[in-house]
Ligand binder design. Sequence first.
Ligand code: CA
Length: 246
Amino acid sequence: MKILIVEDELRTADYLSKGLTEQGCTVDMAHNGIDGQHLALTHDYDVIVLDVMLPGQDGFSVLRELRAVKQTPVIMLTARDRVEDRIKGLHEGADDYLIKPFSFLELLARLQALNRRGRKQEPMQLRIADLQIDLLARKASRAGTRIDLTAKEFALLAVLARRQGEILSKTAIAELVWDMNFDSNTNVVEVAIKRLRDKIDLPFGTRLLHTIRGMGYVMEVREEREVREVRDVREVRDAPGEGPAT
Ligand code: CA
């Protein structure tokens, strides 16, 4: 589980971060509303733990900005004597709340419940043109032909396919697929993209995984624009002289 903790009380934030990391979660922290909002909008978290009383920008404001674009599950942390805060939070789109002080185990149980709920809403089958992806069985096929993928190749395909039509930078892909920052070594992403392309696109004629020069990669069905992309695509391909797909 990838979790964002937005909490200005450093001791609480550190305690939560330590506990969740021990549980195998990946944790990012922000100690004010502005940083919290920035992280929440620019990264994909499974759940966000959001304190109400924050310097800079309060939790409600962060939640409102987030809900305008994303449905990441949010647990709000509220003070015991602020019943109206809980109601307000739920109205603004919070998924759950905890009253301070709370037990770590209760927070963990609620995070797990929200994470499960979030995953259930996700479609288990994705389809892009004749490419079919079964996220539950972790299988992919194109034009009825089964495609054998390694675990990482499947994870990469799922990340791109879930966000079809959306350009993903190498850094974003590195973070989503490998769960780490590859700023200095985005070559790992290039190599993985090439391998995936060789399996899902090359044998089938029509390209679905496109390179956007200087920006990243996008998975989508294209028609007229195909020719324009050929030059860019070639640059990351190892096989020179490879013509455009028809
Ligand atoms: Ca606070």
